[in-house]
Design a protein around this ligand. Structure first.
Ligand code: ATP
Ligand code: MG
Length: 246
């Protein structure tokens, strides 16, 4: 049992979730490595949501509320860490959710499909029964997408995406938004909006933002998007990493 007074309690809880998911058999072997990389970046951020991350989240919600077919892509790590938070956020901005595994296997997809059902979300896309197409007709598993989901989406939110797939998405002409703790990753650099934050903090935060922005005029949402500069925001995120003692 983890003690709540442990200084690394929250981080250890997330680690346990990843270990549990790995045992449940829906994570690829590399998932723990990806999580570890995320942990290291989060440590340097002080495990807090930064101002540039919040700014990127407002822009994300504004874009999603104005999109015709926004889709949230989920992989094993996102499911392990934040399945309910993903479902809630999707509902708040009227987005679809699609399973998108870098190392796709029917077994892992079935397990994740089942988990979404158990969490009250049977309409998950990207399941083994779904109709799959290839983005820009690129016959590569990295380009696969659900016909009614990412394939036809105008906006895709991809937490923890791998750089190879992010590149295909970035070239597709869709709005690509990522949540990635590493501001230097190819994914962060190639996206239109990069949220440098932990998925477990950013998804509930965006649900709250959505409650507010839903009540605002379209003009305000357009202004939020117009004023935003992702490159500048990424630079600001990078400056907040602590690499020397204060
Ligand atoms: P890229 O392929 O984009 O250059 P990478 O190879 O460093 O990046 P991957 O292993 O492909 O990264 O993907 C994992 C990414 O997800 C890492 O950048 C890591 O920092 C990030 N990450 C891991 N856990 C979390 C989390 N809980 N929240 C947000 N980001 C996370
Ligand atoms: Mg990678």
């Amino acid at each position: 049992m983890l003690s709540k007074s442990h200084p690394r309690y929250e981080s250890l809880v997330l680690r346990e979730k990843i270990v549990k998911a790995s045992k449940a058999g829906y994570l690829a072997d590399s998932a723990m490595i990806a999580h570890g990389r995320g942990e290291a970046f989060d440590y340097l951020l002080g495990e807090k949501t930064t101002l540039p991350a919040k700014r990127a989240m407002y822009v994300t919600v504004a874009i999603m509320l104005l999109s015709k077919n926004p889709v949230i892509s989920v992989n094993g790590n996102t499911v392990a860490l934040a399945i309910d938070e993903v479902i809630e956020f999707a509902k708040s901005v009227n987005a679809k959710i699609e399973i998108n595994l870098f190392y796709r296997s029917d077994e892992r997809v079935d397990k994740i499909t089942e988990l979404f059902k158990n969490h009250g979300y049977p309409e998950i896309l990207g399941s083994n029964d779904d109709e799959i197409e290839y983005i820009n007709e690129i016959k590569n598993p990295r380009a696969s997408a659900s016909k009614n989901g990412i394939y036809t989406a105008d906006t895709v939110l991809v937490p923890l995406e791998d750089g190879d797939r992010a590149e295909i998405l970035a070239r597709s002409g869709k709005n690509i938004i990522t949540i990635d703790l590493n501001p230097l990753s190819r994914t962060s650099r190639m996206s239109d909006v990069s949220i440098v934050d932990n998925v477990v903090r950013s998804l509930p935060f965006m649900t709250k933002i959505a409650e507010d922005l839903k009540l605002q005029d379209k003009k305000l949402l357009l202004d939020i998007i117009e004023e935003y500069d992702n490159e500048e925001n990424l630079k600001e995120s990078l400056k907040l990493f602590k690499i020397d003692e204060e």
